[in-house]
Design a protein around this ligand. Structure first.
Ligand code: ADP
Ligand code: 3PG
Ligand code: MG
Length: 429
């Protein structure tokens, strides 16, 4: 089922000048792009527009330059990479509105591509200023929104611009919204949701939604630490949000209630990899603090006689442990759909040997299970942000059914929120 009534496919674009909003907010290191996944994912729409002989004018933001020009946040490196990927010259304009942008568009021929400088060099972009939206609209006849990663923002290039010229969805936006909406509204069950990452406060809504709709919810990452605190487990100096403990208790209570009413499992890690620092050479140990499962399965091994380990005061939990990884991977053997958002540990710490860092093994087990390494391969959807970054870094992005280009946007969509950049489009009959 498609959410969309109006995409680039349902609009006469032949020979038109099109303003394409992309999300080229890519990670840079000293002016070099370290991950071009978002650029790659923008290619189908650009190619589609070029086949229609359009003049393709692309706008985007990069980083958070706070409304002022700043060479550190220039999109020039993106123009270069885009040209390489398209195997075609990409012109670059030093401003996204006004005489410089208008002059560059004036020079453009049909079948050519122009990238405009960072929208956020103007404060009016983030304030969703109507005049600024109008100046953007002046550059083209049609607006195509394809920057899925930014449609949760109501900015001039996601909202105001579409008040002045027709706004329609590009192919990436269409695919992202359709895939995520379908998997949330109509998943092939059992549905497993794996939620990790750094903060529970960022992911309350998505967690609540998954407890509502999923058959198995597993929590990992630093987020799990706040739940462990709520369960009275020592977490040493691990990253956690003590102010959210009561919220964690509410979520556990909600999960417990659901598990009494139907077949449902809410799983918190039962062991972890701990160390005294994040250093790649830090001494690590595995602590098994007991099984904490809120499940329908009677007598799940929460064995009071079992000797449990303890995280010391000066230690940090930096990854889920092997039992937890195995339990979650086991759950996935029964799943037909898996949605994953947030790493299980500190995947950034580089490895000393081989490709997997010392605190990335838990995440790696999840990845292996999602990709069918243990026999069964479910339909897999990965949220954007750091999770997608990890998958990209491991060069595994093509192996999942869908790896979102949007971090905040995919979370908001999964939470069931309306996205301003989608609402602004002309998507009615
Ligand atoms: P996403 O961007 O995919 O939504 P998050 O930003 O929520 O993911 O989470 C990723 C971050 O969580 C990573 O930077 C990772 O280092 C951090 N993280 C995961 N587990 C832990 C942990 N146990 N302690 C500290 N940080 C953690
Ligand atoms: C992202 O990377 O999540 C998007 O490009 C949005 O960026 P923002 O969080 O700075 O608005
Ligand atoms: Mg993140």
């Amino acid at each position: 089922m498609s959410f969309w009534k109006r995409t680039v496919r349902e609009w006469d674009l032949a020979g038109k000048t099109v303003l394409l909003r992309a999300d080229y907010n890519v990670p840079l290191d000293n002016g070099k792009i370290t991950d071009d996944y978002r650029i790659q994912k923008s290619l189908p729409t650009i190619q589609f527009l070029l086949e229609q002989n359009c003049k393709v004018v692309i706008c985007s933001h990069l980083g958070r330059p706070n409304g002022k020009p700043n060479p550190e946040f220039s999109l020039a490196p993106v123009a270069e990479r885009l040209g390489e990927l398209l195997k075609k010259d990409v012109a670059f304009a030093l401003d996204c509105v006004g005489p410089i942008a208008e002059g560059a568009v004036g020079q453009l021929q049909n079948g050519q591509v122009l990238l405009l400088e960072n929208l956020r060099f103007h404060p009016e972009e983030e304030s969703n200023d109507d005049e600024f939206g109008k100046s953007l609209a002046k550059l083209a006849e049609v607006f195509v929104q394809d920057g899925f990663g930014v449609v949760h923002r109501a900015h001039a290039s996601t909202s105001a611009v579409a008040r002045h010229i027709p706004g329609i969805a590009g192919l990436l936006l269409e695919k992202e919204v359709d895939t995520i909406t379908n998997v949330m509204d109509n998943p092939e069950r059992p549905l497993v949701a794996i939620i990790g990452g750094s903060k529970i406060s960022d992911k309350i809504e998505i967690l609540n939604r998954f407890i509502d709709i999923a058959d198995f919810v597993a929590v990992g990452g630093a987020m799990a630490n706040t739940f462990l605190l709520a369960e009275g487990i020592d977490i040493g100096k691990s990253l956690a949000e003590p102010s959210e403990v009561s919220l964690a208790k509410d979520i556990i209570e909600k999960a417990r209630k659901k598990s009494k009413e139907q077949r449902f499992v809410f799983y918190l890690p039962q062991d972890g990899v701990v160390a005294k620092s994040l250093d790649k050479n830090a001494h690590t140990r595995i602590v098994d603090w007991d099984a904490h499962v809120i499940a329908t399965i009677e007598n799940y091994p929460k064995n009071p006689d079992r000797k449990t380990g303890q995280v010391e005061d000066d230690e940090l939990i930096l990854d889920i442990g092997p039992f937890s990884g195995a339990f979650i991977a086991g759950g996935m053997q029964m799943a037909n759909t898996v949605i994953w958002n947030g790493t299980m540990g500190v995947t950034e710490t580089p490895s000393v040997h081989g490709p997997i860092g010392p605190f990335a093994h838990g995440t790696d087990i999840i990845v292996d299970a999602m990709l069918g390494e243990y026999g069964h391969k479910p339909f897999t959807v990965v949220g954007g942000g750091d999770t997608a970054g990890y998958v990209e870094q491991r060069k595994l992005v093509g192996s999942f059914n869908h790896v979102s280009t949007g971090g905040g946007a995919s979370m908001e969509l999964m939470s069931g929120k309306q996205l301003p950049g989608v609402e602004a489009l002309w998507n009615k009959e």
